[in-house]
Design a protein around this ligand. Structure first.
Ligand SMILES: [Mg+2]
Length: 188
């Protein structure tokens, strides 16, 4: 069998997805649609998706971890990360794999317990080395080809939430997750 073509998304690995403990997120093109808004003073404005935020909080409430690793820096991201309770925020990372390696050493976590969500080439070295690499629907073709799973939604439009739902489902934890918010789920 040859590798799946980039045009044939959403593939392998429920077992790999079920092992994930740490979800690593890129920012531009994953948590955002890739737009970078600059005002007259050069201050950056970012637009995040509220359901991605909910998914991140849900994932953490279920006892799992999130890290953000981005090559850029910005206060908007710092605010958003604080709002979501994300403590592992690495900005200005020139190379993402060495940054992740340092984090994994601190966490005593092996790469096979990691998922990432990616949209472009800077994430490829990470994708090649971890357990469950995910690409957003509108990711670069090489990134989609390197992914174990591709979202239906594009970056900045709920792709992160969709990926988190997939991981929770793979772990068999969806009923428990739903029960936390929808008590009626128990009473059918
Ligand atoms: Mg990106």
């Amino acid at each position: 069998l040859t590798a799946a073509a980039p045009s044939k998304p959403r593939r392998r690995g429920t077992a790999a997805a079920a092992r994930v403990d740490l979800l690593v997120l890129d920012v531009d093109g994953v948590l955002t649609d890739g737009s970078i808004y600059l005002d007259d003073l050069g201050r950056e404005i970012k637009r995040f998706h509220v359901r991605d935020g909910f998914g991140i909080k849900l994932w953490c409430r279920l006892g799992f971890r999130v890290a953000i690793i981005t090559g850029r820096r910005g206060r908007a991201l710092t605010h958003r990360a604080r709002e979501l309770g994300i403590t592992h925020l690495i900005q200005g990372a020139e190379a993402k794999w060495p940054a992740l390696q340092r984090l994994l050493a601190k966490m005593h976590l092996s790469p096979d317990r990691v998922a990432c969500i990616a949209d472009d080439w800077p994430e490829l070295p990470v994708m090649r080395r971890i357990g469950f690499p995910i690409a957003v629907a509108d990711a670069d073709a090489r990134v989609r080809a390197a992914a174990a799973w591709v979202t239906r939604r594009p970056g900045g439009h709920g792709a992160v939430r969709e990926a988190i739902d997939h991981l929770i489902h793979a772990k068999g934890l969806m009923p428990e997750a739903v029960r936390r918010y929808d008590g009626a789920h128990d009473e059918r």
